[in-house]
Design a protein around this ligand. Structure first.
Ligand SMILES: [Fe+2]
Length: 439
């Protein structure tokens, strides 16, 4: 038996896959989703102001939500979602979610501070995708443990693959995240591996909508994958590049919505996240739907930072300059699948690199955005600072020379691992490491 095809994440009466997500009523609302077996018919949670006493349930308020039955590779599960709304600013809350006669543990989270928003720190992860439990888990632990109280965790798509029983992939992702996803606000972004692309239009894997209830402020027809959320004077905008690259009308519909969201934006910083890069770092070619319909808007409305995935390498635009710079584009990778950097990207980007598992810390303050990519072993891999100019735009400072002209790290095991062919034996000349746990 191929163990990947063994259903090892069946739902039980105990809540699992618990995750804290943006609410539908602004930054003082949150949604929580979780999963149980079919013995739990009603979505129910408790929330209270946090205190140091263990008697948390005495003053807790009960909140009920929605339950969605879904049969996937691990059998029937009930996916539950509730919303906590009208919360107080800068306040520590506790909550727990209900199973069949049992509760989850209590989780703590602090609401955003509207009066003194800065500084705060967020984490950004590229594709996890393969061998998620084996090789993504340590990235998550290193990232959170090396960061002082992160406020948000961003996942730029391809959080899973589609191998074996696909629901096992989700089981691994939630297992890797289970100790932290209920306590820190998570921003999941869909990639191509969250879709089945063998039929057009691509069909989203059913777990996505069940697990990642959205803020529901996206354009019509894209409510489950496109949204924005404001957090302490920063606007985070999530787009669906998978649908955009396959269908120009999907790129245009998102562009129209984006125009509205950017033109009315009063936030100090604006960060856009989607999966397929504007310019591929591994292939060195543009994604035309994105360059045509999205990039002009990023430039016109002063988007500061664009976070992407998909290429399984590292790449970052933006050379140090005293003039105003446009959006800085980043591609990164968290999981183990590794591609090679193209020559075109090496020659045009400020920083590139391959064969390295990374996470990124972004610290936002009133006039500076400090970006740091770190390896899974904790070393600084890339670093720059954006400083807002009085007349608009940013200047980019980079004390981490030398920039450009050669990848910061290169594929170290070329020829030593069976990486250059895929599972069917097809040659993959641009591949360094396929990320399979049994290799
Ligand atoms: Fe991808």
């Amino acid at each position: 038996m191929i163990l990947d095809e063994y259903p090892r994440y069946q739902a039980s009466p105990y809540p699992d896959r618990i995750i804290l997500l943006p609410g539908t009523q602004g930054e003082l609302s949150y949604q929580v989703s979780w999963r149980t077996d079919e013995s739990v018919a009603i979505a129910e949670a408790e929330i209270a102001l946090a205190s140091s006493s263990p008697s948390l349930s005495v003053d807790a308020k009960t909140v009920q939500g929605n339950t969605l039955p879904l049969t996937a590779g691990n059998g029937l599960a009930h996916h539950h979602a509730i919303e906590f709304s009208q919360l107080k600013s800068d306040t520590l809350y506790v909550y727990r979610v209900k199973g069949a006669g049992v509760w989850s543990e209590w989780f703590q989270f602090r609401t955003p501070d509207a009066v003194n928003p800065f500084p705060f720190e967020v984490l950004y992860f590229g594709d996890a995708q393969n061998s998620v439990k084996s090789l993504f888990s340590r990235v998550v632990r290193q990232a959170v443990l090396s960061t002082r109280n992160p406020s948000l965790m961003i996942h730029a798509g391809d959080m899973i693959d589609r191998l074996g029983i696909q629901d096992n992939n989700w089981g691994e992702w939630f297992e890797a995240m289970s100790w932290i996803a209920p306590s820190i606000l998570q921003l999941p972004v869909p990639g191509n591996h969250e879709y089945n692309e063998t039929t057009m239009p691509p069909q989203r894997v059913p777990q996505w909508d069940a697990q990642f209830v959205s803020a529901k402020n996206g354009p019509a027809g894209f409510e489950q994958t496109v949204f924005y959320t404001d957090y302490q004077n920063v606007r985070f905008i999530v787009l669906d590049s998978t649908r955009a690259i396959h269908d120009e009308s999907a790129a245009i519909a998102q562009a129209q919505w984006l125009t509205q969201v950017l033109s009315t934006n009063k936030a100090q910083w604006t960060i856009v996240i989607y999966h397929h890069p504007m310019m591929s770092v591994s292939h060195g070619t543009p994604n035309q739907m994105l360059t045509e319909h999205w990039r002009p808007l990023f430039e016109q409305y002063g988007v500061d930072l664009v976070l992407q995935g998909h290429d399984h390498v590292y790449g970052r635009s933006g050379f140090p300059d005293t003039e105003a710079v446009g959006p800085v584009y980043v591609v990164s990778v968290a999981g183990p699948k590794m591609n090679l950097v193209s020559e075109a990207a090496t020659n045009t980007l400020a920083v590139t690199g391959e064969d390295v598992q990374l996470y990124q810390s972004i610290t936002l303050s009133s006039s500076q955005l400090r970006f740091e990519a770190r390896t899974v072993t904790g070393e600084v891999y890339d670093r720059f600072v954006l400083e807002q100019l009085p007349g608009g735009g940013n200047t980019l400072m980079d004390d981490f020379t030398p920039l450009g002209k050669s990848p910061r790290s290169i594929c170290s095991k070329a020829g030593q691992v069976p990486a250059q062919v895929d599972a069917s034996g097809t040659p993959r000349p641009g591949r360094c490491w396929d990320g399979m746990v049994w290799r």
